[in-house]
Write a protein that binds this ligand. Structure first.
Ligand SMILES: [Fe+2]
Length: 191
């Protein structure tokens, strides 16, 4: 291969209402509205499908974008995929920043799950007005050390084991020991 991917240029999701989305991300996540474009025809497919495309600043050159496509049926989500699976994670500086965000969101009536301890990072979860699941997270001070314990060989072994058995390999259970302690105590031995 003679090329490498440099970075994520932007990610794009559908939104219900472009204005509401821009305002929500500014109010709750302090993300700036940096660009908009709109057409009646889709540049890639040439289909007639009037759209508004808005771009938000996710820090350090990262861009989060949305499309409003009012001529399409109301948006939904894959009913066979649990709502926690597909999400966008945004990094904050530290625990103080995370707790400020959690308080702000809850004060505004937004339901927040967490803080969840992933060993290498700590996260809260909530939904934007379009139903997209968002995660805010900061890296644990032991993050690098813990990640370095998950070697190349281990990752490959885990992937192969999963592919073969579809049961979770135990190699990285040390990451969630604390968070899942209670759940695991409730399970019968061996599970
Ligand atoms: Fe995540």
């Amino acid at each position: 291969m003679s090329f490498t991917i440099e970075k994520i240029h932007h990610v794009a999701y559908r939104c219900k209402d472009a204005k509401e989305t821009v305002e929500w991300y500014k109010k709750h996540l302090n993300m700036d509205f940096i660009l908009a474009f709109a057409e009646d025809h889709v540049p890639s497919t040439k289909a007639f499908d009037p759209y508004m495309h808005v771009f938000l600043d996710a820090g350090h050159g990262n861009v989060l974008a949305f499309f409003e496509v009012p001529n399409q049926p109301e948006m939904g989500f894959d009913p066979n995929t649990p709502s926690w699976v597909q999400h966008l994670a945004l990094k904050v500086k530290d625990r103080d920043a995370l707790m400020l965000a959690k308080t702000h969101l809850e004060d505004n009536g937004i339901e927040v799950v967490g803080v969840t301890n992933h060993g290498i990072f700590h996260s809260i979860y909530f939904f934007d007005p379009n139903g997209h699941r968002l995660e805010l997270t900061y890296d644990d001070v032991t993050s690098e050390e813990k990640v370095s314990m998950i070697t190349e060989a281990m990752k490959q072994e885990m992937l192969d084991e999963w592919s073969r058995t579809k049961r979770a390999p135990v190699h990285t259970q040390f990451l969630h020991n604390e968070e899942l302690e209670e759940v695991k105590q409730q399970l019968p031995m061996g599970e």
